[in-house]
Design a protein around this ligand. Structure first.
Ligand code: NAP
Length: 472
């Protein structure tokens, strides 16, 4: 007698293939890099995949589980077709117009340059096959990113198209693949999407140009004042100081100027609002652009300040410093002399280092809080407290650090070689102006007016009032 064995788990569907849920079919034209990576992800997400290829029998490797057919047959097997072919080869699609009628065509193409063609690739595709619903999507992802799956930085799929249903179908696939979808509107937005991958750090351009310009200007200024001056005036070759001493002067100088340039536009905006008596008038374009790149300016300033810290840490192990120290000690021993401890100097140097350390600590905090993952976790009040209040405190510490470095040298004529001030004196101009203006803006009478303006209050022009009274 056979014993009945009870199954431990219950299958919800009978195991027969006929009753298995039908997999949705998707077609990809082109078995190249993007076609393969996209296909692999589609298969992993549970789609049935059919490739359309010029050479169905001899195309390159394709993901296991996919089928390869001619374009005509492949187009008939799915309602949605990804066109993973370069725009230059789109002409062959015209012959497939009957098979592609009513289908959703996803244009993933990019160009090598902006404005290469009079119309966007997706609009061109729509013109070639008017009966299909073209959707521009997935072009901002690389084959590599698709293969590795969505990561934090690459989770977005932008799409645009004229048919809401077609966009919905593409959005569903993108969501299933693990991407967040952003609808950018009609097919007219395709050119904008095609320009996305061609962008080269647009928001970093102005800060980078400024950094390179300031670094070059201060480098040559200090080279002339220190190295060339020593050679011409004293016949000494101190060119070796270019590598560490000069670098350790240029980097903090540019860093402090950039940090103050993060706060100067805010001060200018406040002065403009006070002058105009309203917040409802647009700022000039240059001020808008300047405000938009403050984060990048701050991050570059932080990078340069970090270099200053590293260069400062290696000072005691430098050959030149060790040589000078030993020579000084030996000469004191020979002359049987002892230096007297200078308490003022002790205070000055300790305060100078302390201000520098505090300034750098806050600098790092500002940098960390500007990271999207951190700033997203902060409330607006917390974020503006760090970036504004602590930001000004950072600027104050760093400026004070530089004043302490200068100490009494500001008044000593021997430091003005060739009648030019040292670099650190020049770099104090902008931060000092920003801090003084900020203090003036914080005066209760000024602060009160500014707060009222920022809450929507507007100063009325006496001329307007007299005109109005004349009219009434
Ligand atoms: P690819 O590796 O060169 O593959 C293109 C495929 O197009 C070929 O494998 C071929 O497939 C097909 N093809 C080539 N010449 C053809 C012709 N004369 N007529 C018909 N089909 C032809 O290019 P890809 O890197 O995959 O890029 C494909 C598209 O995706 C491009 O428009 C590109 O701008 C866009 N894109 C690529 C990436 C990326 O990371 N690679 C990222 C975003 C967007 P068959 O031999 O199977 O026919």
């Amino acid at each position: 007698m056979s014993e009945e064995v009870k199954p431990e788990s219950v299958t919800l569907y009978p195991v027969s293939a006929a009753a298995a849920p039908e997999q949705e079919a998707v077609c990809i034209f082109g078995t190249g890099d993007l076609g393969r990576s996209l296909g692999q992800r589609l298969l992993q997400s549970g789609y049935r995949l059919v490739y359309g290829s010029r050479r169905p029998h001899s195309c390159g490797p394709i993901p296991p589980g996919a089928q390869v057919m001619s374009h005509e047959i492949a187009a008939q097997s799915a309602n949605l077709v990804f066109v993973c072919v370069h725009r230059e080869h789109y002409d062959f699609l015209e012959t497939l117009a009957p098979q592609l009628k009513g289908k959703v065509l996803v244009d993933v193409s990019n160009n090598l340059k902006k404005n290469m063609y009079p119309e966007a690739n997706a609009e061109y595709l729509q013109r070639l096959i008017p009966g299909a619903h073209v959707v521009k999507a997935f072009n901002t992802l690389s084959a590599w990113a698709l293969q590795n799956g969505p990561s934090d930085a690459n989770r977005q799929v932008y799409l645009c198209g004229n048919s809401p249903e077609a966009k919905q179908a593409v959005a569903e696939i993108a969501t299933k693949l693990g991407f967040a979808v952003q609808d950018r509107g009609s097919l007219a937005a395709a050119r904008e999407l095609e320009d996305f991958p061609l962008q080269l750090f647009p928001e970093w351009r102005l800060p980078m140009h400024l950094t390179i310009g300031l670094t070059a200007a201060f480098f040559f200024y200090l080279l002339a004042r220190e190295v060339i001056y020593a050679y011409v005036d004293e016949g000494k070759d101190i060119s070796f100081r270019i590598m560490v001493s000069l670098a350790n002067k240029v980097f903090p100088i540019v860093s402090l100027i950039l940090l103050s340039l993060c706060y100067l536009p805010g001060v200018i905006a406040a002065v403009l609002q006070l002058y105009r008596g309203t917040k409802y008038k647009r700022f000039p374009d240059w001020l808008d652009r300047w405000m938009l790149c403050r984060k990048q300016l701050g991050l570059i300033a932080l990078a340069l300040a970090s270099l200053h810290v590293l260069y400062t840490l290696i000072i005691p192990i430098r050959y030149y410093v060790r040589f000078r120290l030993a020579a000084h000690t030996i000469s004191q021993i020979r002359e049987n002399k002892t230096s007297v401890f200078d308490t003022t100097m002790g205070w000055r140097t300790d305060s100078y280092y302390s201000m520098g350390i505090l300034g750098f600590g806050l600098y790092v905090l500002l940098g960390i809080s500007s990271l999207p993952s951190v700033s997203n976790a902060l409330s607006w009040r917390e974020f503006s407290f760090i970036q504004s209040k602590l930001g000004y405190l950072t600027l104050f510490f760093c400026t004070f650090h530089t004043y302490l470095y200068g100490w009494d040298k500001f008044l000593r004529i021997s430091y003005y070689k060739w009648y030019t001030p040292p670099g650190y004196m020049l770099c104090l101009v902008v931060p000092s102006v920003v801090l003084v203006l900020k203090v003036l803006l914080l005066l209760p009478c000024v602060d009160k007016s500014l707060t009222r303006i920022r809450q929507g209050w507007e100063r009325t022009d006496p001329e307007d009032i007299s005109k109005k009274s004349l009219l009434t």
